[in-house]
Structure formats: structure tokens, C-alpha cells
Design a protein around this ligand. Sequence first.
Ligand code: SF4
Ligand code: SF4
Length: 221
Amino acid sequence: MNSIGRYFSNFFKALKSLLIGMKTTLKIFFRKKTTECYPENRKKDLYISPLYRGRLEMIHTADNHHHCVACGICQMNCPNGSIHVESEMVTDAEGKKTKVLKAYTYDLGRCMFCELCVRTCPHHAIQFTNQFENAVFTRSKLILTLNHPGSSLLPKAAAPKPAAPTVSATAASAAPAAASAPKAADTTPAAAPTAASASPATAKAPESEATLPLNSESTNK
Ligand code: SF4
Ligand code: SF4
């Protein structure tokens, strides 16, 4: 091809590229706007996707019961060491010793919102909320105790049956087996299942739990 032929070939290629770009620009220009006028609209029509991972919370019923058995699986699977499960042994009326949750500490400042903790919890005791306004002036205020004061494990008879696990391929491949060791020896479960075996079906609580009235307040340390 001579030089004049190359010139026109390049010219039309550039023109085609320009027109494709203009077409995309015009299409987006006339599309419904998705920009949020935040914070002006925060009390009116601010939309935050329910799937947005804002912060972790422990699910509590109206009777101040939770589902956490203090097994420590979430703590073991947290790659950032953002979770610390403190437990204690108590003896019930029948003389049976049981491990109960004492304090569930979550460091929002270290969390990378991977949701592995939620996915690996066999009791659907925790979930992510889309609460995104988490800014504070002191880092220590990002360390939260997720179990409410005076809360206790939901009695077995009242506990809803968890949904059958149907782990998605993505979730299963993303879950590392025991990515980090637990901080305290007393929180280590005797025979903790691996992340893959413990992975529940969905990131959210089962429907039966989702219908329970939640109290999402967490206490700052
Ligand atoms: S995995 Fe679930 S039940 Fe076990 S300690 Fe974590 S929140 Fe509690
Ligand atoms: S979302 Fe990930 S980083 Fe955050 S607490 Fe859960 S496992 Fe840890």
C-alpha cells in the first residue's frame, strides 16, 4: 500500500474510533443518573445496596439472644485478625459444662470486608450491614463488642434450623482454611472444621433468622 493509501486507512480507522467513543458518551449522557447527592439526601432517598458490606454485626433477637456458640471458626478464618472471640466455661443446672461467649470483639479498622467470617460461621450468628457511616476520630472507637450486654445463646428449642448449605464455587475457592491462628488459646475449638467444610450457603442469615427482629446496635469500647 502506498503512502496515500495508508493515510486514508489510518484516517478512517481514527474516525471509526471517534464515532464509537461519541456513541458511548451520548448513551451515558441520556441514561438515568446514578449519582447520589450525599449528604444532602442521606435522610431522604439515599440508596445503599443491601449487599454493601459496611460493618459486621451479631444477630440478636428481641429477647437479647444470639446464635454464637463461641466456636472461634470466624476468628480462625479472618485473614486480618479483626475478630477476637472470648469464651468461658459455665456449668448449667444439670452440672454439664458448656462453653459460652463472653465477648465478641471486632476491629472495624482492620477489617477488609471479605465476609469470610460470615460465610464460615456455621450458626449464622453474624452478618454484614450496609451501614457505611463509620468514621470516627479515634481508632480505638473502631474496636467494637458485637454481643450486646446481658445477651445469651438462643436456647436450642427456640433456635431455628439453619438452611442447608449450598456453597457457591466462588465462595468455596475464596475461603482459605484457617488463614490465621486465634489470638487466645481458650477460644480455640477442639476440633474446628475447615473453612470449606464449614462454609454456609449464603453470606446472609437464613430466612427464618432474617425475620427475627434485629437489634443492630454495637457497643464501642
Ligand atoms: S463462627 Fe459463628 S458461632 Fe463460631 S464464634 Fe464465630 S460467630 Fe460465633
Ligand atoms: S470481613 Fe474478613 S477481614 Fe473482616 S472480620 Fe470478617 S473475615 Fe475478618
